[in-house]
Design a protein around this ligand. Structure first.
Ligand code: BF8
Ligand code: SF4
Length: 629
């Protein structure tokens, strides 16, 4: 592929030509060497679940050694991926819940309860008395959250019970009953315990346990719900309590946020438990002073991936880019430290950082990387460790090689910070104005876009053309993750972007003083979109599947995206995907996920390669839903 076919972002193309000139290896180089990809893997038809295999399914060999057929193998592989994705989000959520509990118990002084109002609003959902003192409320909220990771009864998750709209819960109940009466086999949809559903996916996909596609996929749905209405939701809600609920603010985006005359620290990964502390340490007068001592004008922190989304939503920290920017940021030659924790961090970064003065600093006990400097993060000494990280970056500044400095000029502004609380506040305290705008047809519907970058697809191209087409059609676009960073970089989150919207959407956005494309946060914050959908559904006393909502993961990459897509489908939302997930090897599995689920859950998956066609299909779905309104 030619350079111009790799990304729509000029900053990326700028660094890529530098990489070519200097022979730096990138994700695209390795993709090329891996291509063409194995067809068995791409279609889901390879099984390595026991050592009678590995088995590959073909027309001549339609069964694995154990007798498993294509549908079983494809479904098993899919729900294993889903379980890994749910585990990633939920382990993040657990870390927050455990920390929150310690703060509530007075056992951690490096973190505080930053948002008492949010804590009280969560407590109310669980009928916890809010007239008690704040630490007693916090202890009780911590208990219900932790319980969702460890309770052993058959009841649904506390968080799902408290947050999911009434009609949807009834739907899930009915689906369980319908599946039982159709098949005679108990097939649970309602998740009981976050860890348990993930464990059960692993158990069922072991050789010789669950060998039927439908049964496996239903467990996948249950696990995804445990993520969306459980692990991810707990992460979002308790992070808001600990670090503050995001509100509207203006930030800067793209590689141009890096500063030649400052110590640049990039936080990359996912957990604000770390990145919030790094930002605080870097901003301290003491560290700023130290930076000046080594000849820098100050310290500049910027983010990459979802931890960027966390600190930009709450603190207004600039974002250097999305997932595909991680290697390119180091190639600017001005990054003193790239500080990482977990998820979506390329193991290529350690060796790459060695070509520069950049310290690639790993911090999590769950993640080690080749050639990284490991500075062990510990929530109990968070400030101390964060300071050490910042000091390491300041030291590295002395080693910067001016010959290697190359910062692309691209920077965009974006209005971000659209938590559900902020949206409701902007609407004047109730979802009514938004509902009215939808009913009046000024806004036809809402599309939530999530997810990643994938070097197989022209970087940001699908994200941006889809977004553009949708707002032109008077469809409000909301979203999270690397899509949100793409939209910010492309200028779609500026107030000026109202001009790109259709007349109706434009009018509403002008009246509310918001862009037509709303940044709702990181990938765990996809739970914010569920909460918003729930608020609209409850307000109208309908199910989520009745609302003119569609989801999309147009450049998806990770197993987390499998879980996110599935919990949206399970919550009643049709979800578009590109690229094709590795399920093509089984018509049965494809049939269940694109058709069969429709009648049961209201949501379903559809695959489309072309952004313009995707937008038209979404509009058709939305218009169809509006008719029934
Ligand atoms: O959790 S969008 S590439 S960074 S998985 Fe990863 Fe995908 Fe980016 Fe955030 Ni989400
Ligand atoms: Fe082959 Fe069955 Fe073992 Fe999978 S579980 S590797 S299909 S024998």
């Amino acid at each position: 592929r030619e350079l111009k076919d790799l990304s729509i972002d000029p900053a990326v193309l700028d660094i890529l030509s530098l990489a070519k000139q200097k022979n730096y290896e990138t994700v695209w180089d390795r993709l090329e060497r891996q291509s063409p990809h194995c067809k068995f893997g791409s279609s889901g038809l390879c099984c390595r679940n026991c050592v009678m295999g590995p088995c590959r399914i073909t027309e001549k060999t339609p069964k694995g050694v154990c007798g498993a057929d294509a549908a079983t193998i494809v479904a098993r592989n899919l729900i294993r991926a889903l379980a890994a994705g749910a585990a990633a989000h939920s382990d993040h959520g657990r870390a927050v819940a455990v920390l929150f509990n310690e703060v509530a118990q007075g056992k951690n002084k490096d973190y505080q309860i930053a948002d008492e109002a949010k804590l009280k609003s969560i407590a109310e959902k669980f009928h916890i008395h809010t007239s008690q003192d704040i630490t007693s409320i916090a202890k009780e909220v911590a208990r219900v959250a932790l319980e969702d990771f460890g309770k052993q009864d058959e009841k649904a998750l506390n968080f799902l019970e408290a947050y999911a709209p009434q009609k949807r819960k009834e739907t899930w109940q009915k689906v369980e009953e319908a599946l039982f009466s159709q098949t005679g086999k108990k097939m649970g949809i309602l998740p009981r315990n976050i860890d348990r559903e993930i464990t059960e996916c692993m158990h069922r996909t072991h050789m010789g346990v669950d060998n039927q596609a439908l049964s496996l996929l239903v467990q996948g749905v249950r696990t995804a719900l445990a993520d969306g209405w459980g692990g991810s939701l707990i992460a979002t809600e308790l992070q808001d309590v600990l670090f503050g609920t995001p509100d509207k603010k203006v930030i800067k985006a793209n590689l141009g946020v890096l500063k030649e005359d400052q110590v640049n620290i990039i936080v990359h990964g996912h957990e604000p438990i770390l990145s919030e502390q790094v930002v605080a340490a870097a901003m301290s007068p003491e560290m700023q002073e130290k930076a000046k001592e080594v000849g820098a004008q100050g310290i500049n922190v910027a983010g990459i991936c979802c931890t960027a989304n966390e600190v930009l939503m709450r603190l207004g920290v600039p974002v250097a880019g999305n997932m595909i920017h991680q290697e390119l940021a180091i190639m600017t030659g001005v990054v003193e430290a790239m500080v990482v924790d977990v998820q979506c961090i390329f193991p290529s970064l350690g060796p790459l950082a060695k070509c520069f003065h950049t310290k690639f600093i790993s911090t999590s006990d769950r993640a080690a990387f080749p050639e990284a400097v490991h500075i062990q993060f510990d929530e109990h000494h968070a400030r101390e460790v964060a300071q050490k990280i910042v000091e390491t970056a300041i030291e590295a500044f002395k080693e910067r090689d001016p010959q290697k400095v190359h910062i692309p000029q691209e920077v965009e502004e974006a209005v971000v910070g659209f938590s559900v609380e902020e949206i409701i506040k902007i609407l004047g305290g109730s979802p009514k104005p938004l509902v009215d705008a939808i009913l009046a047809g000024k806004i036809k519907g809402v599309v939530g876009i999530v997810g990643c970058n994938n070097p197989k697809i022209k970087h940001d191209a699908f994200h941006i053309s889809l977004t553009k087409e949708l707002i032109k059609k008077d469809i409000l676009v909301i979203g999270t993750g690397c899509w949100a960073i793409a939209a910010a970089k492309a200028g779609f989150m500026k107030l000026d972007a109202q001009a790109l919207a259709g007349e109706g959407l434009k009018e509403v956005c002008k009246a509310l003083d918001i862009p037509p494309v709303l940044h709702m946060g990181s990938c765990v914050d996809c739970s914010r979109m569920l909460v918003l959908a729930a608020a609209l559904a409850d307000y109208l006393k309908v199910d989520i599947s009745d609302l003119p909502l569609v989801g999309s993961a147009p450049e998806w990459t990770t197993e987390k995206a499998v879980s996110i897509g599935t919990y949206f489908v399970a919550s009643g939302v049709p979800v578009h995907l590109w690229p094709m997930p590795p399920i093509g090897g089984s018509e049965e599995v494809v049939g269940i996920l694109t058709e069969g689920v429709k009648d049961l859950l209201g949501g379903y998956f559809f695959i489309e390669e072309d952004p313009v066609k995707t937008a038209s299909r979404m509009e058709r779905i939305i218009m169809e839903k509006r008719k029934a309104f």
